[in-house]
Ligand binder design. Structure first.
Ligand SMILES: NC(=O)c1ccc[n+]([C@@H]2O[C@H](COP(=O)([O-])OP(=O)(O)OC[C@H]3O[C@@H](n4cnc5c(N)ncnc54)[C@H](O)[C@@H]3O)[C@@H](O)[C@H]2O)c1
Ligand SMILES: O=C/C=C/C=C(\O)C(=O)O
Length: 479
């Protein structure tokens, strides 16, 4: 059985504990490799390497740091197909999706921050006889912890700015989808990244994650994952005054007004509901439709959802691949049962998809649309993170805003209307860190990315990320 290794100080190493976890292909339900369940000894070795590598890396000229990050992007692009296949096998997502979205974005993450670090302005403040200038110093060894839904995409989204800013990194991918992070480690030396600058430690949250978050020499932690895990990290790091950035769960509203561009809205709403089997934190899972359009939308949307093909992730016409793990598959099916108990009417889907042949034992769920649930039902309040959406009517702008904001979460919201005045008002009043009007998942990497309320703390993206990964130091000179 293929064994994934930790990448520490430029070397591929097994876990000192000797403990391994199964790594399973969700489309087949079969274990196809083993992943280390690293403990504090492996984390300690990685932090030691990162400490040693910090002084030379942080003082490496930004043009050289930038060139190395560009070379990492070059190598990823040169192996796009290999990475895309590995990501699809590990996560269950359609191969066409990892090939067209996930892996190209990994390369873009490195390129974007490679460019940003060489074009960033510094601040100075001048007044009579005094000038202040502000240095931005890297923090030291820092930690990046990422989830399973967009494995290498979100892993590199954290690592690239941390490295560009001059930090050294200990990164932990999700133990559910570790393969492409392992492959990233394999190409670092080829791209010229010095040993110890990036260390990749694999394992479970309870063993590896806790050891990493707890380590006294870790100065800052960027975490993407569930809200409960984020709160745990916030509580254990508070007494040590570590800097944290938390990208957490969501229950995002779509607000569809009767005057929208109907066909564009319908096509995009299919994607924003079910892309990546609904396992994107930005997916809209509460769809509110203006009452006059509700009946037409319900009919057309359900008809289109029924056409989405659930199939082998390798097949180009599979719109929906597998759910990431048996545990998550069971959780999503459990949420559908809860919705039924709460009085929800399942309009389509609502159950497992049984495939034959290679995928006979895989974890597939038909995309599911539910109506008739109260806004305060568990289904409309708790994150499902799967191919399940609920639809409900609203009356006017005030009602739409009220329904959207009746949530503990505040990550993203999508508004569909041709009335720009209404759109601006809703965008202003909806409680979400990210608002899309007449589009979804349009990404400009310069923009602040993150959520409010229980969806997170801090922002990633562009200068927000560079500020997170550096400490300002003000120098005042009187002349
Ligand atoms: N806001 C965003 O940008 C965003 C993006 C993607 C996913 N998510 C959220 O992620 C969740 C799904 O991902 P998941 O199930 O992998 O989340 P998770 O919180 O279980 O795990 C995320 C990562 O944290 C690690 N981890 C778990 N316990 C830990 C601990 N005690 N200490 C340190 N690390 C620990 C895991 O091993 C994994 O690497 C969903 O709630 C989703 O909304 C949010
Ligand atoms: O599942 C969460 C998706 C996060 C997406 C990003 O962080 C991004 O597009 O930068």
């Amino acid at each position: 059985m293929n064994k994934i290794q930790n990448y520490i100080d430029g070397k591929m190493l097994p876990p000192q504990s000797g403990l391994w976890l199964d790594n399973v292909e969700p489309a087949t339900g079969k274990c196809y490799s083993l992943v280390p369940d690293s403990d504090s000894r492996d984390v300690g070795a990685a932090v030691k390497a990162a400490r040693r590598a910090f002084p030379p890396w942080s003082s490496t000229h930004i043009t050289e740091r930038s060139a190395i990050l560009h070379r990492i992007a070059d190598v990823i692009e040169s192996r796009l197909e290999t990475f895309a296949q590995a990501e699809s096998i590990d996560n269950g997502k359609p191969l066409w999706l990892s090939r067209s979205v996930d892996i190209p974005r990994c390369a873009s993450n490195f390129r974007f921050f490679a460019n940003l670090v060489t074009s960033t302005e510094s601040q100075s403040h001048h007044s009579q006889g005094v000038v202040n200038y502000t240095l931005r110093k890297p923090l030291g060894p820092v930690a990046c912890i990422s989830p399973w839904n967009l494995p290498l995409y979100l892993f590199t989204w954290k690592i690239a700015p941390a490295l560009a800013a001059g930090n050294t990194v200990i990164a932990k991918p999700s133990e559910v989808t570790p393969m492409t992070a392992f492959m990233l480690g394999e190409l670092c030396a080829e791209a010229g990244l010095p040993d110890g600058v990036l260390n990749i430690v694999h394992g479970s949250g309870s063993r590896t994650g806790n050891a990493l978050v707890d380590h006294d020499d870790i100065q800052a932690i960027s975490f993407t994952g569930g809200t409960a895990t984020g709160k745990h990290i916030a509580s254990v790091t508070a007494s040590k005054l570590k800097k944290i950035s938390l990208e957490l769960g969501g229950k995002n509203p779509n607000l569809i007004f009767a005057d929208c561009d109907y066909e564009l809205m319908l096509q995009t709403t299919l994607r924003s509901s079910f892309a990546n089997q609904g396992q994107i934190c930005l997916c809209g899972s509460r769809i509110y439709i203006q009452r006059s359009l509700y009946g037409k939308f319900r009919e057309d949307f359900v008809a289109r959802v029924k056409q989405l093909r659930v199939g082998d992730p390798n097949e180009p016409d599979s719109n929906q691949g597998a759910i990431v793990s048996q545990q998550h598959f069971e959780k999503v099916l459990g949420c559908i049962e809860t919705a039924k108990r709460e009085g929800g009417k399942v309009l389509c889907g609502g159950h497992q998809a049984n495939l034959s042949g290679r995928c006979e034992h895989g974890w597939f769920i038909h995309p599911t649309v539910i109506e008739g649930l109260a806004n305060d039902s568990q289904t409309n309040q708790q994150e499902i993170f799967g191919p399940v959406v609920s639809i409900a009517p609203f009356d006017d702008v005030d009602d739409a805003i009220e329904k959207a904001n009746e949530s503990q979460y505040g990550l993203a919201a999508t508004i569909w209307t041709s009335d720009l005045t209404a759109a601006h008002r809703v965008a202003d009043e909806v409680e979400a860190g990210i608002v899309w009007i007449n589009c979804w998942l349009e990404r400009d990497l310069r923009t602040p990315f993150g959520g409010m309320k229980q969806s997170g703390l801090g922002r990633e993206g562009g200068m927000e990320a560079m500020r997170f990964w550096t400490e300002p130091k003000n120098v005042c000179i009187k002349f």
